[in-house]
Design a protein around this ligand. Structure first.
Ligand SMILES: [Zn+2]
Length: 465
């Protein structure tokens, strides 16, 4: 079967539903994923696969086609219903399934859709995803007809809420809180969870609507937080929370209207965690502020800088036994009192636990963090074919004179707290740059310098290609 290979990305499968994700492709995915999972199990054992889906208009169609393929391959399919991606992660952990599939395109535009896969309790990504694409193309599973296929619906809402409840230690539930789910799939379960804990959230766009009629469900874009900020002023809220389209990322707004970015949120979580678990490892990614890593160390933790990408972070957490991790994008991972997967509702509850216990705003809690000047993520156009070569050239350029962290792009340490990052995007013909320094002047200075080096590397890469 000929498939559009570009939809098989680093961490998931994503495309325009009506163009790239045909019923035939979804069914073939079901058959070949079941076959791949079965290859890793003892011969003759039963195969259980959980499937959940977000509220996109194409999700029901893809669910029917995908489960058709899974059933054809003899899988016992558990339909976990419509909900956020963390509900699927929860199903995999709670039920101990052999595999799991989430039908979602996260925060992408309404016409898009896709699949996130799990083998056991781990992400199924990178090379595994490419091998799966090869297998689908080979057609080796096209004629499979195995017995044993069953489809059973399981409502995990109660079990999920009970698990959150058992995990958290909320003392105060009187915080005034606005939650904006952007009409994504996290709204109903998230709001039900908060209410079960005794909170009275003010829900904004918390009904599921796959057309996303109010704003794009991506909390990393300030424009998407404007309705939340306005509502917070209206009701005098203490905190505002936004969830992304499939509920695995969150954004937060402080009482004064300030957006609290992922690395600052992680700092709050890390401080609370380290008070209970001295010496614990906390993972951030290459885009996070240097103040995060300094703060983790200052509070007795072991800071680890790792690659961007939720699957890579979860893999690293298991490898080093880290209790907490987070990304600028708002993925927050708790392996303390929780199984380690990224879950915006759960992270929200942990944040409310901290704010309630401390009786301060996020800004007040972080008032002692040294002020720095950062750029947002700067997108620098660069052809896919040479982007990794450009990063290599930038790394080479600085290695002789500076400390360069090269686990994911080049993070150049300029000393004096200043650093610059140049990394190849996993999702497009773009280099992502970011800069931080103790003064705005210094930040702009290193930015100009690195951008000149990057431009020269792009020119050199093009000439050599
Ligand atoms: Zn997401």
């Amino acid at each position: 079967m000929k498939i559009p290979r570009s939809i098989f990305r680093e961490y998931d499968i994503r495309g325009v539903a009506d163009r790239d994700l045909s019923d035939q492709l979804a069914a073939a995915l079901g058959r070949s994923f079941a076959g791949t999972l079965r290859d890793g199990l003892p011969a003759g054992s039963a195969l259980t696969v959980a499937v959940a889906r977000d509220g996109r208009l194409s999700s029901d169609r893809l669910f029917a086609a995908l489960t058709g393929g899974l059933l054809q391959a003899g899988a016992r399919v558990i339909d976990a219903g419509i909900g956020p991606t963390p509900l699927l992660y929860f199903a995999a952990h709670h039920l101990g399934t052999d595999g799991a599939v989430m039908i979602t395109a996260s925060h992408n535009d309404a016409p898009d859709n896709g699949f996130k896969l799990m083998r056991g309790k781990a992400s199924f990504f990178g090379g595994d995803l490419q091998k799966l694409a090869d297998r689908i193309e080979s057609g080796s599973d096209d004629d499979v007809h195995l017995d044993g296929g069953t489809l059973e619906a399981r409502d995990l809402t109660g079990a999920y809420i009970a698990s959150v409840k058992a995990s958290v230690r909320v003392r105060r539930t009187d915080l005034r809180l606005v939650v904006d789910a952007g009409n994504g799939s996290a709204g109903p379960l998230g709001i039900a969870t908060l209410r079960a804990l005794g909170f009275a959230p003010d829900p904004l766009f918390c009904d599921i609507d796959g057309r996303f009629p109010n704003h794009h469900p991506d909390p990393t874009v300030p424009k998407n937080l404007e309705a939340l900020q306005a509502r917070m002023i209206e009701i005098g809220a203490d905190v505002g929370i936004a969830w992304d389209g499939d509920g695995d990322r969150l954004g937060a707004v402080d009482r004064n209207g300030d957006i609290v970015w992922g690395d600052r949120l992680l700092m709050l979580f890390a401080r609370a965690l380290l008070a209970e678990h001295p010496g614990a490892s906390v993972i951030g990614e290459v885009k996070c502020s240097a103040t995060l890593y300094a703060d983790i160390a200052k509070h007795g933790g072991t800071p680890i800088v790792w690659k961007t990408g939720h699957s890579l972070i979860k893999t690293k957490m298991k490898e080093v036994g880290a209790l907490l991790a987070g990304e600028m994008s708002g993925h927050m991972f708790f392996a303390d009192r929780w199984p380690g997967f990224d879950d915006a509702t759960y992270a929200t509850v942990r944040l409310l636990e901290i704010l309630g216990n401390e009786g301060k705003t996020m800004g007040e809690l972080l008032a002692d963090v040294p002020e720095t000047f950062v750029t947002p993520e700067i997108r620098f156009a660069c052809p896919d074919a040479i982007k990794f070569e450009v990063v290599r050239r930038v790394t080479e350029h600085y290695r002789a004179t500076h400390e360069v962290l090269d686990i994911d792009g080049a993070r150049v340490d300029f000393g004096d707290g200043a650093w610059g990052l140049c990394r190849a995007s996993n999702t497009g013909p773009v280099l992502v740059l970011r800069f931080e320094a103790r003064t705005a002047v210094r930040r702009d200075q290193i930015r100009a310098e690195v951008e000149a080096v990057v431009a020269a590397a792009v020119a050199g890469g093009l000439a050599a290609s």
